[in-house]
Design a binder for this molecule. Structure first.
Ligand code: HDE
Length: 714
């Protein structure tokens, strides 16, 4: 029998993974012992209608394996999607770090990336309002380096001690396990309203950042401050950034809610399809460097993970590009079994004393031990380093490696002393020699007490439309809270950030902002602590606003991979459809033909055009823009179709670009678009078929500033 020809991809990790792949093409079915199976339909029975026999080892093997297919999901970040790719460095960073993958511009480093939501279970919707995980595993020649970040640059809490509390508060409530993948409930806001250190993160998770348009259109951040160490042993502080080449964009909350029903796999599918279409997602890696001597000059404590370094204070230097160019072959083997750990570092990168990071360094391996079931999870193909692994760690469940030789201890003579420790000159790792001279205490630095300045900076930096979204998000979330005292306490916190924000949220809730919030506002303090010591310090803005914190930048990053819906029915003008499609495809957009029925649409010239989706199987919220080709019969049919009219109104409501052939005006006239049709092109409506302007409009993503006037019932 011909063996299937396997093309081995030209990247070291891909070649390494290939060894473990199973290819079923042109093969015969076997048991796990390699026995060929003749009947996979019937169990072994005592007679045609008799009982099944215990002897049936084929049935037993099949069912036993099935019974044990599930592993525990991640305690956080359970829902995710992953992809393979490469990282290419632009220029050597040797002045900061000796990490080889950040020195050598000639080698592309293989990577595996997993994006995730935080709170929901494995089967929850991609569009939950939540932070997103952005975890990157670099398979470097010096071992695996994991940059385990989020799409938000700060975090809720300052100390790992509070992580289980935070997660218990946000997860579904323990008595009835509701709500799924949502922070809009009492326990979350109860906790947050008692922890003012969460104020800055709350601004981010209530902003559009928490409902990205796509994984491909979100920024990533290492959050914790790390250290880069150069060959001379000198340290610089570093904050890591990922900047998406397509720009950072969000959907509207109304869309997010609808997408969760229409396609809960929206982000996963988007990532998958972009890679299958070879429209490879890309990010630039950026670093913010702070010299050790400048540690205390920025007005923030670099060890406090609720703070970011404004780009106006320390610019982000772009040092390389990440490209995701290959989908996994098997979700479970790769995306589910991948195990990231902020403690997986290489020489040239080191930690700081950030108390959140320090706790993270313990947690990841620990949780992976129970999730993956054995200390040998580093041997799972997706987790294996491409550099050689030699040590005396042995045995354990599911051990794959066959370690040879008599010795599994060091020092030894019987094994010739092997494996040897690596000298520094041979790439041996050594921790950064930070001098520490301190009392052993449970406490928090007073430099961690500024909880509101950067929350205000973030709010100030949002556009008017983004501020409205943030306000509405808080109205939604707190509106779902049942206990009034929690809402009032939250209004107290918000009033510390911005009085008008608090008042606007309060108006939506039908409550008053408390004049003087309860003191001490911070209830997350030690039993014997002096509350005054824990009082948040007054707001001190180093800069008034920061452009990098807003996503509403009116920048046109092109329309590659943007999805445009073509609304058509029988009798469509084939020429207008083709012309518009060609113009959009030339710019890299994805065009889908949507019609009242499936199969084919017959155009005005009697030719058949394949239909991609029907009005039943898709929805406007799954697209970036809408085009309506001409053709009197098509327009007349769509005019009679309430789903088509809804599709147009909803696209309009969500401030997306809409273009139409002049024939389509009869249809536009029965929609809410009609009342705005005389607006100029800056309003995202191109009803004179101006494709060039339409393409530019799609590139702007959305016309959020028109949202209020477009809030039509759709
Ligand atoms: Fe995580 N986090 N985390 N986290 N985290 C996990 O590890 C933890 C934090 C992040 O796609 C867990 O393997 C603690 C910040 C991502 O597999 C667990 C604390 C940031 C992922 C864990 C934090 C992250 C995780 C659960 C506070 C942004 C998904 C499953 C002290 C920088 C990785 C697992 C993937 C996953 C612990 C806070 C990012 C429980 C204790 C801050 C992207 O070990």
């Amino acid at each position: 029998m011909a063996k299937k020809k396997v093309t081995i991809p030209d990247n070291e990790k891909q070649q390494e993974l290939e060894r473990d792949k199973e290819h079923p093409e042109d093969t015969l079915l076997t048991t796990n012992q390699g026995l060929k199976i003749n009947d996979n339909q019937n169990s072994l029975k005592a007679g045609e209608r008799g009982p099944s026999l215990l002897e049936d080892f084929i049935l037993r093997e099949k069912i036993t394996h099935f019974d044990h297919e599930r592993i525990p999901e991640r305690i956080v970040h359970a829902r995710g999607a992953g992809a393979h790719g490469i990282f290419q460095l632009y220029a050597s960073q040797e002045k900061y770090t000796k990490a080889k993958f950040l020195n050598d511009t000639n080698t592309a480093t293989p990577v595996f990336v997993r994006f995730s939501t935080v709170a929901g279970s494995r089967g929850s919707s991609d569009l939950a309002r939540d932070a997103r995980g952005f975890a990157v595993k670099f398979y470097t020649e010096e071992g695996n380096y994991d940059l385990v970040g989020n799409n938000i640059p700060v975090f809720f809490i300052q100390d790992a001690m509070k992580f289980p509390d935070l997660i218990h508060a946000v997860k579904p409530e323990p008595h009835h396990e509701m709500p799924q993948a949502a922070s809009a409930h009492d326990t979350f806001w109860d906790f947050i309203s008692l922890m003012p250190e969460a104020a800055h993160m709350i601004m981010w998770v209530m902003s559009d950042r928490a409902i990205p348009r796509s994984y491909r259109m979100m920024e990533g951040f290492g959050v914790n401050t790390f250290r880069l160490i150069n060959e001379k042993g000198e340290a610089h502080f570093v904050k890591f950034h990922w900047k998406p080449v397509l720009g950072a964009h969000a959907v509207a909350w109304d869309e997010a809610l609808k997408i969760s029903g229409k396609d809960p796999d929206f982000h996963r599918r988007d990532l998958w399809e972009a890679i299958e279409n070879k429209q490879y997602p890309e990010w630039e890696l950026g670093i913010q460097i702070v010299a050790a001597a400048d540690e205390h000059t920025l007005g923030i404590d670099l060890l406090d993970p609720t703070k970011l370094i404004p780009e106006e204070q320390v610019p982000v230097e772009m040092i390389g590009k990440l490209t995701l160019n290959r989908n996994p072959d098997n979700f479970f083997a790769e995306t589910e079994q991948v195990a990231f750990h902020p403690g997986h570092i290489v020489p040239g990168i080191d930690f700081t004393n950030d108390p959140l990071l320090q706790g993270r360094l313990f947690s990841y391996t620990d949780t992976q031990l129970s999730r993956l079931g054995s200390p040998n999870f580093h041997e799972i193909p997706i987790n294996r380093a491409i550099s050689a692994v030699h040590n005396n760690q042995r045995d354990g469940h599911m051990r794959q490696t066959i370690n040879t030789g008599r010795t599994s201890y060091q020092p030894n003579t019987i094994g010739g002393g092997c494996p040897f420790q690596a000298k520094l000159s041979e790439g041996g790792f050594t921790s950064y020699e930070e001098r520490i001279d301190a009392h052993k205490i449970r406490d928090r630095s007073e430099s961690f007490s500024d909880h509101f300045s950067q929350a205000k900076l973030f709010y100030n930096s949002q556009s008017t439309a983004e501020k409205k979204h943030l306000t509405d998000a808080l109205r939604f979330e707190l509106g779902k809270v049942e206990i009034t005292a929690i809402k009032t306490r939250m209004l107290g916190i918000l009033s510390q950030i911005d009085r008008l924000l608090a008042e606007n949220v309060a108006a939506g809730l039908g409550l008053e902002v408390p004049e003087q919030p309860e003191k001490p506002i911070n209830q997350g303090i030690p039993a014997d602590a002096d509350p005054e010591k824990y009082e948040p310090t007054p707001i001190h803005l180093i800069i008034e606003s920061s452009a990098a914190l807003s996503m509403d930048r009116k920048e046109n990053k092109g329309i590659v991979s943007r999805k445009v819906a073509f609304l058509v029915a029988d009798g469509v003008d084939g020429q207008s459809l083709e012309d518009a499609r060609d113009a959009l495809l030339d710019e890299g957009a994805v065009v889908k033909v949507i019609a009242p029925h499936g199969g084919f649409i017959r155009n005005a010239d009697g030719e058949d055009i394949p239909v991609d989706h029907t009005l039943l199987t898709t929805a406007s919220v799954l697209f970036d823009a809408l085009y309506i080709p001409g053709g009197a019969a098509s327009i007349a049919a769509l005019k009679q179709d309430p789903d088509a009219i809804h599709f147009i109104n909803e696209t309009f409501r969500h401030c997306k670009a809409i273009a139409a052939h002049p024939d389509a005006h009869a249809l536009i006239n029965v929609t809410y678009v009609a009342s705005h049709a005389d607006k100029n092109k800056d309003s995202g409506l191109y009803l004179d078929d101006d494709m060039e302007a339409f393409i530019a409009g799609i590139g702007l993503h959305r016309f959020w500033d028109l949202e209020e006037e477009r809030k039509v019932p759709a």
